[in-house]
Design a protein around this ligand. Structure first.
Ligand SMILES: Cc1cc2nc3c(=O)[nH]c(=O)nc-3n(C[C@H](O)[C@H](O)[C@H](O)COP(=O)(O)OP(=O)(O)OC[C@H]3O[C@@H](n4cnc5c(N)ncnc54)[C@H](O)[C@@H]3O)c2cc1C
Length: 492
């Protein structure tokens, strides 16, 4: 998040001085590390939780359209940076991996059929295929179909131009690009420890070097708290009124990972299923092809867990230290009202390898216990906030919070996460740099970086086609010839 904001600001105003402070010995070692997240370029192609079924049985596709549009903005920004040689060869951070949804059982098949009817013909989801034919599904995902009960009704959708993203590699490249500028400084092994607002309006930021008593002061007109799970404690330390009443609920994650080439080579897709009842939306099970730093692997999960740490490299005291008079009531209310979530987390925590393998065999029936190992994923801190009706509510999204004067912004939450960085950071610009953003200079530069900036793609098939031809071919997600074919289908 911080790297994206840094690059956006540098592109908009090269004279800005930017200092990035990182607690660990390098950037992108927490949630953004390739192995700590699922690397799905979330475009709502396969994630069934973005198209919930309403009480009347119809599909609410509004979130799917919003997420697809948001990811389009992200792809445009990366495309611009690749063309400028600010980012290296795109295969170092993005690779085409088809996005599939897969369900079984009459009720779920009927849901997927309705979902396809709701979005499958829209230009934003062009190229989406639907099938209930086991032979077709086997072609798309042999490991998922082999050994499956033939009497079971099944259905799937597939979009060929889905993506697997190595957000860690992308972030390191972005920070590398920033380091080429003399007005940029990266301080690693330094923690932001506190803030004070000065009379002149600047923030005095206290920064501590790891393993030393040395404290450095940084004076800044604007501060962005892009500290992942560490953003909430920093927001509390800033003392801004807008941060009062916010709390956090940490959820950890684990994956089953398989690196055996003879198995990995048989699956080329991200296959998302339906979440179990009570499961938070980010716990939707999926069987993924991952391509990280040239290495291919299969990953299944996530299996949720509970910890009191806000960061993987955090402290067990994080949760308790975050409880303040202002957020105590919302936290109690959420704790008392989240039975399904708590039950779900307890059941996840109690699982052993054999239970997890049983969950995997619902997606890969012939999977063998010895081929898969357990790995820890990153931490997510879900947002708890005040609610006028219920006292407190738990949210699974991402929220940009800013001080009234726009001198400080923080990003809370982690879902849909890294895929929506550009939209999230555009929100920061809109809230914190409104006068600069209104100038023809910034507007022109933003349009250059993100051609769909300020316009809706929803009702503009011609613009979607034009943008996708550029993004998908520049980023190597789909060869230009296939885009032309998709465009012809769209025109037809
Ligand atoms: C299990 C899991 C699966 C996910 N899957 C996906 C996915 O498929 N697709 C997707 O788009 N997103 C996914 N996400 C979300 C995505 O990983 C995050 O939204 C994104 O990486 C967050 O980036 P960030 O920069 O906000 O935080 P982080 O990457 O966590 O970075 C925060 C940085 O701040 C540093 N820091 C913290 N406190 C301090 C301090 N006091 N001083 C200095 N430095 C500090 C940390 O060391 C860290 O380097 C997933 C997340 C998880 C956990």
């Amino acid at each position: 998040m911080s790297a994206t904001l840094g690059v956006l600001l540098k592109q908009l105003d090269a004279s800005l001085s930017i200092c990035m402070v990182e607690k660990l010995d390098d950037v992108a070692k927490e949630s953004t590390s390739g192995w700590n997240n699922a690397g799905t370029g979330h475009a709502a192609y396969c994630e069934l939780n973005y198209t919930p079924e309403k009480a009347d049985g119809s599909i609410d596709a509004s979130k799917a359209f919003a997420i697809n549009e948001s990811f389009e903005r992200t792809l445009q920004f990366w495309t611009h940076l690749v063309k400028q040689h600010a980012l290296p060869d795109p295969t170092s951070f993005i690779n085409p991996v088809p996005h599939l949804s897969f369900v079984w059982g009459e009720k779920n098949v009927s849901f997927l059929r309705k979902r396809f009817a709701a979005i499958g013909n829209h230009p934003m989801f062009v190229g989406m295929q639907y099938s209930e034919d086991p032979a077709v599904l086997r072609e798309w995902m042999p490991l998922v179909m082999d050994g499956r009960d033939a009497s079971q009704p099944v259905a799937g959708t597939r979009i060929p131009h889905g993506t697997d993203v190595n957000f860690g590699s992308l972030t390191r490249s972005m920070v590398g690009y920033l380091q080429g500028d003399e007005n940029f400084e990266l301080l690693v092994n330094h923690s932001v420890d506190g803030f004070t607002r000065q009379q002149d309006g600047k923030w005095r930021v206290l920064v501590k070097e790891t393993g030393s008593a040395t404290t450095t002061e940084i004076f800044a007109d604007f501060v962005f708290l892009g500290a992942g799970g560490g953003a909430l404690p920093l927001l509390q330390k800033s003392g801004i009124d807008e941060g009062k009443g916010y709390g956090g609920f940490p959820v950890s994650g684990q994956w089953l990972v398989c690196k055996k080439p003879e198995i990995v080579s048989q699956h080329f897709a991200k296959v998302y299923g339906k979440a179990s009842i009570g499961a938070p939306p980010m716990s939707v099970p999926h069987l993924d092809t991952r391509i990280i730093d040239g290495e291919k692997a299969l990953l299944f999960g996530p299996f949720a867990g509970f910890t009191t740490k806000f960061l993987k490299e955090g402290s067990f005291l994080d949760l308790i230290a975050s409880i303040k008079p202002g957020n105590l009531w919302p936290m109690i209310k959420v704790g008392l009202g989240s039975f399904d979530l708590i039950r779900y987390l307890i059941s996840e925590v109690m699982q052993n390898h054999s239970d997890r393998m049983d969950a995997l065999r619902e997606y890969f029936p012939l999977a063998k216990d010895e081929d898969w190992t357990l790995a820890s994923a990153g931490q997510r801190v879900q947002i708890i906030k005040r609610d006028p009706l219920k006292g407190g509510k738990l949210e699974f999204g991402t929220e940009v919070l800013t001080s009234a004067d726009g001198s400080l912004a923080a990003l809370l939450g982690a879902s849909p996460g890294a895929s929506v960085t550009v939209s999230a950071m555009l929100q920061v610009l809109e809230k914190c740099f409104p006068s600069q953003l209104a100038t023809p200079e910034w507007q022109g530069k933003l349009k250059e970086m993100i051609p769909s900036y300020g316009v809706s793609l929803l009702n503009d098939p011609a613009l979607i086609e034009q943008i996708r031809q550029d993004t998908l071919s520049t980023l190597g997600v789909i060869p230009a010839a296939e885009i032309v074919q998709v465009a012809e289908e769209l025109a037809a």
